[in-house]
Design a protein around this ligand. Structure first.
Ligand SMILES: NC(=O)c1ccc[n+]([C@@H]2O[C@H](COP(=O)([O-])OP(=O)(O)OC[C@H]3O[C@@H](n4cnc5c(N)ncnc54)[C@H](O)[C@@H]3O)[C@@H](O)[C@H]2O)c1
Length: 346
């Protein structure tokens, strides 16, 4: 079924976008707060497999509770925000697209590249807007770095270095269902690498070890990894991930070019610095993604609402979800085989 809504209609910017939220867990609650802090959008209904989770979020936001199927087919809902576990996304995206809803889907879109290709077809045929939740593109510092890069501040990119380390590993039960570090964690960095580079990658080489927790290794995964990516013109990106950082959530970017270097540093808990005869001491980095990317989640929501209500295609879209997943799959294979992997053309 093709969308019954003309998303390109220019007068849509005057309407209030009515959103139905699927999944009221960690990230669903963040998005619900962003919706209530944004004009031109309302959280009409929420759904969760656990009625108490939906009930609590409904009470906090003033939204109704409905079941997932009711939200996906509702006439009074324009857009669906999918914040359920990744293995639920596929069916929900198909139902949302077939019912003409604009879609904001959390990353990863799906663990299978073949499934994402099927979804691209369904979403394309339905003609509905689709945003993939790569929130880091909306971080004010990373977005400003990229704007200066595109503005020519350092000339063309020669080297990019992306550092991403979690404060502590998740439970083994999470690791076992995560799809592995490259698909679960580094997926954000693959998207950031593409966002910065402005050219697709043609080759990738990944290495990884279980140095933080041997149980992660026993579960067949790694907790420490590095990936080198190259473009057809020889530009290089290095990504470094760890599931542990003693000093908090470590999120840094550095890009080097002919005219200089652009760098975005960690955000610390406060800006206070103690100087004594022992030296200089500053705070730990903000603890984890909910704190570090609070501004990014809000900006992401505002970008989605602005795109849908003005008929502009959301960015990053489902193709970006596919490209990042292709890189994550290739890194998983490269780490397992010890060999570099040539990447398919975009
Ligand atoms: N962009 C980010 O920074 C970010 C951060 C965390 C999670 N995520 C992604 O968001 C998604 C959810 O992750 P989370 O950490 O919030 O998980 P979570 O387990 O905290 O929450 C998921 C919620 O969905 C509910 N649920 C399960 N199946 C459902 C269904 N069929 N219909 C309705 N509700 C259902 C669960 O009961 C749970 O409350 C995942 O795809 C994850 O990868 C993205």
């Amino acid at each position: 079924m093709r969308s019954s809504v003309d998303w390109a209609q220019t007068e849509r910017h005057e309407m209030t976008l009515r959103i139905g939220l699927l999944g009221c867990g960690r990230i669903g609650q963040v998005h619900a707060r962003s919706i209530t802090a944004t004009t031109g959008v309302t959280l009409t209904a929420v759904a969760d497999a656990l009625p108490e989770a939906a009930g609590a979020l409904a009470q906090a936001t003033g939204a109704e509770t409905r079941d997932t199927a009711a939200i996906l087919t509702a006439k009074d809902i324009d857009a669906v925000l999918i914040a359920t576990p990744t293995d639920s996304h596929f069916d929900q995206i198909i139902a949302a697209a077939q019912n003409g809803k604009a879609i904001f889907c959390e990353k990863p879109v799906d663990m299978s590249v073949d499934n994402i290709r099927r979804l691209i077809d369904v979403v394309g045929r339905a003609g509905v807007p689709f945003l993939t939740g790569f929130n880091r593109r909306f971080d004010p510092s990373f977005a400003a770095l990229r704007a200066r890069l595109r503005g020519g501040a350092i000339g063309a990119v020669e080297l990019a270095i992306i550092t991403s380390r979690d404060p502590a590993p998740p439970p083994i039960s999470y690791i076992e269902r995560s799809g592995g570090l490259f698909r679960d964690m580094m997926i954000h960095d693959f998207d950031m690498a593409r966002f910065l580079m402005g050219e697709e990658f043609v080759r990738l080489h990944a290495v990884g070890s279980a140095l933080v927790d041997p149980e992660i290794g026993a579960a067949g995964d790694v907790d420490t990894a590095a990936v080198t990516l190259t473009t057809a013109t020889g530009r290089i990106c290095q990504i470094s991930n760890s599931r542990r950082a003693a000093y908090g959530y470590d999120q840094r970017i550095e890009v080097h070019g002919a005219l200089g270097m652009l760098r975005a540093e960690n955000q610390l808990e406060t800006t206070v610095e103690l100087a004594t005869d022992a030296g200089f001491a500053r705070d730990p980095a903000q603890h984890f993604f909910l704190e570090r990317y609070a501004a990014a989640y809000l900006a992401e929501m505002r970008a989605f609402v602005a795109a849908v209500t003005t008929g502009t295609p959301p960015d990053p879209d489902i193709e970006d979800g596919l490209r990042a997943q292709i890189l994550a799959d290739a890194a998983t294979r490269s780490r397992e085989t010890g060999q570099p992997v040539d990447l398919p053309p975009a």
